[in-house]
Design a protein around this ligand. Structure first.
Ligand code: GDP
Length: 297
């Protein structure tokens, strides 16, 4: 909570000042909308939020700044989804391990997220295996293996650069199945060169892997500091593969967390985890109420 609010308190201070104006007229609402935009909520969600607030202020007949802020909190929680199921489907069934695909563009924090999540699972006494299906970047498999070694989990990789990512993923799941692990977590390449290429690659990985075991979770990693760009990436990926959860990374930095609101409203895919740093313990479950409070306080 404390780590979140550092980057996010802009919204609360700005809004409270605005709402404290003598009269909440159209100019004030325009500025409220502007403030929401600056916090990365995106134009659609910002506009709809202001409309919802305007209508509540009218109906409930109050212009008390604290009351309006409380309404905003309620509306944000409604959009973000306070009761949404954010559980991770990591385990398989019967003889099959759960297969987790971690996808997203380069540099967003996929490999780091795999490492951190692996650490959480090891701490819960799970057996797991990592698969290095990012075969385009020479250092990617090394980086994943370093994480694996750090948390005590084996990594299946190819010894040659440019190997077929789908065959590495398949091999990882096959080995995982033979070993009877609970989960095989696969790090994928994130070259967003074009949608067709991405679709081919991710589609193939999923198809090939599912010959061995069902994919139980597809986590899309988004860098919160990229703001609305992250939203665009999310849309492209969700057209290519069915995303089951979002990991929003780098919320410890200069990110303005409003992107969560945009993602939840426009994609309807639950944000399940948040990244709060580069270290092994810097991964946390997404908690809507704490998050919205951090946005507003
Ligand atoms: P990938 O290309 O998507 O696999 O991204 P990496 O996992 O290699 O991460 C890219 C950079 O972002 C690395 O320097 C990571 O240490 C850093 N990083 C990842 N997650 C976070 C986070 O939650 N907070 C911060 N501050 N940095 C992060």
């Amino acid at each position: 909570r404390a780590r979140l609010s550092r980057s996010n308190n802009l919204l609360g201070k700005g809004l409270l000042a605005l709402l404290s104006s003598d009269k909440i007229d159209q100019d004030v609402w325009d500025e409220v909308e502007e403030t929401l935009l600056l916090a990365d909520l995106g134009s659609g969600p910002s506009q709809r939020l202001v409309e919802a607030l305007q209508s509540r202020v009218r109906v409930e007949g109050t212009e008390n700044p604290a009351a309006v802020k409380a309404m905003l909190r309620e509306e944000l929680l409604r959009i973000v989804g306070e009761d949404t199921d954010r559980s991770l489907n990591l385990d398989g069934e019967g003889n099959n391990p759960g297969v987790v695909l971690v996808v997203g563009v380069n540099g967003v924090g996929k490999t780091t997220t795999v490492g951190k999540l692996a650490r959480v699972m090891v701490a819960e006494d799970k057996n797991l295996l990592l698969g290095a299906a990012d075969t385009f970047r020479a250092a990617a498999a090394d980086q994943l293996q370093t994480w694996g070694d750090r948390v005590g989990v084996d990594t299946v990789r190819s010894d040659k650069d440019g190997a077929d990512p789908a065959s590495v993923a398949f091999e990882a799941v096959k080995v995982g199945k033979e070993r009877g692990v609970d989960t095989v977590m696969i790090d994928t390449a994130g070259r967003l060169q074009n949608k067709a290429g991405l679709m081919d690659q991710l589609g193939k990985i999923k198809r090939v892997v599912e010959k061995e075991a069902p994919v139980t979770e597809v986590l899309l990693v988004i860098d919160a500091t990229t703001g609305q760009n992250g939203m665009i990436q999310a849309k492209v990926f969700s057209e290519v593969v069915q995303i089951t959860g979002i990991v929003l990374t780098k919320l410890d930095g200069s990110a303005k967390g409003g992107i969560v609101v945009a993602i939840q409203e426009e994609l309807g895919v639950p944000v399940k985890l948040i990244g709060l740093g580069e270290g092994p313990d810097d991964l946390a479950p997404f908690e809507p109420a704490a998050f919205v409070d951090a946005l507003l306080d």
